[in-house]
Design a protein around this ligand. Structure first.
Ligand code: SF4
Length: 399
């Protein structure tokens, strides 16, 4: 079968290693005690790809994302081996987006050139802030100068699609310092910028210290930060297309859009999640159990962290939750066609006050959150999703 006729798929590969653990991070990642683990993990991940080769034979991944952790903390020969194994085991679609996450200070132009030659065409840099005090508060290992060096190295390596991550709500941050970071990054003209809100998660260093003991901006300041940031990014040519994501025209992340559009993706590695063949599943967030599972049995049972068939109403709830993250929101016609319900009939009473007060907007054929609504999206989503009594509404068509 020609790749053009195959099902589209996102492929995610998790690299769980970092150079040091950031104070706020609750991703599954750790700092290895010795270097032996790198080769062992690379081989296990490649075996995992080989295991899925046949079940994904009908798919042509049009996005590949190597994330972590810090993928570029792997020795380059292993990282390149993984990139080559992707191309060997999956028939990538023409013009597939191939992203690697990189921390500044873990890449140089020579590695970036090799990655580019091997097929990587997009780099996502975790900068987080251009303010040295804020970087230190986050315990990031790189400086602004190191980021800049890595950024230009990527351009010299002919990587034409670069994304930069920033954060707001960082200790010591003010609206002015956030806007200075955005001003700095937009002047470099990356194709894509992500802006995440720092959350204090329990199992992190910050979680142990406690939010009350950290010099965090208060919620009103965070709201100001977000609104000003969205405005400034739009003004500089970065269209907001999701709560935390902004892109130049045509440069939205193909890979992340798969998550929000409820499309298929296959995630391999410890803690990686998938939605593949109508089932959601994930792999165990433990490197030891993952390695044992792959090396001893090659068995899904050993490393699976649970799975769930998603269909009907569960899928509708997920669709609402994920689509409302996007600036385009819920396309009403598509919703009706896909689920057989009228979105406005289901949620009308609940939506009206949000629309009236500027948290949501009703377009010609869609309902979406505004930036003001996106700032409190968790509240709005749980309010809406707990509201509809589906049993009281008759579907306009069968599922
Ligand atoms: S570099 Fe990224 S994955 Fe690693 S500890 Fe820091 S935030 Fe977490």
């Amino acid at each position: 079968m020609n790749t053009a006729d195959k099902r589209r798929l996102g492929l995610y590969l998790h690299i769980p290693f970092c150079i040091s653990k950031c104070a706020y991070c609750d991703f599954y990642s750790y700092v290895p005690k010795n270097d032996n683990i790198y080769e062992r993990y690379t081989n296990a991940l490649i075996s995992h790809m080989e295991y899925y080769k046949s079940s994904a034979a009908g798919c042509a991944p049009d996005s590949v994302y190597i994330g972590g952790g810090t993928p570029t903390s792997l020795p380059s020969e292993h990282l390149l081996k993984i990139v080559r194994a992707v191309k060997k085991n999956f028939s990538l679609a023409k013009n597939a987006e191939f992203t690697i996450e990189a921390n500044p200070a873990t890449v140089d132009v020579s590695l970036l050139r090799k990655l580019r030659w091997a097929g990587v065409n997009r780099i996502s840099f975790g900068l987080q802030s251009a303010d040295q005090r804020e970087l230190k508060a986050l315990s990031r290992v790189h400086s602004k100068a190191e980021f800049e060096e890595s950024y230009y190295a990527a351009r010299r390596a002919k990587i034409e699609n670069i994304s930069v991550d920033l954060m707001f709500g960082i200790p010591h941050q003010t609206t002015e310092s956030l806007l200075r970071s955005i001003d700095y990054v937009t002047r470099l003209e990356p194709e894509h910028i992500s802006l995440y809100n720092l959350k204090i998660e329990p199992n992190t260093q910050f979680g142990k210290i406690g939010a009350a003991n950290l010099p965090l901006p208060d919620e009103d300041e965070e709201f100001r930060m977000y609104m000003h940031a969205c405005h400034m990014l739009e003004e500089r040519g970065y269209k907001q297309y999701e709560i935390s994501n902004f892109a130049k025209p045509g440069k939205m992340s193909k890979h992340n859009l798969k998550y929000w559009n409820c499309e298929e993706y296959l995630g391999l590695g410890p803690s990686a999640h998938s939605y593949f063949n109508g089932t959601r599943f994930s792999f165990i967030p433990s490197i030891n159990q993952y390695l044992k599972g792959i090396e001893n049995m090659g068995s899904e049972v050993i490393i699976s962290d649970g799975s769930e068939q998603i269909g009907g109403r569960a899928m509708m709830g997920e669709y609402i939750m994920l689509r409302l993250r996007l600036s385009d929101g819920i396309p009403l016609g598509e919703f009706r066609r896909r689920f057989g319900y009228d979105f406005e009939e289901m949620y009308g009473d609940k939506l009206t006050p949000y629309i009236k007060n500027g948290y949501m907007t009703r377009g010609r054929d869609n309902i979406a959150l505004t930036p003001r609504g996106m700032f409190v999206s968790n509240f709005i989503l749980s309010d809406i999703l707990s509201f509809a009594d589906l049993n009281a509404i008759s579907p306009a068509a069968e599922f």
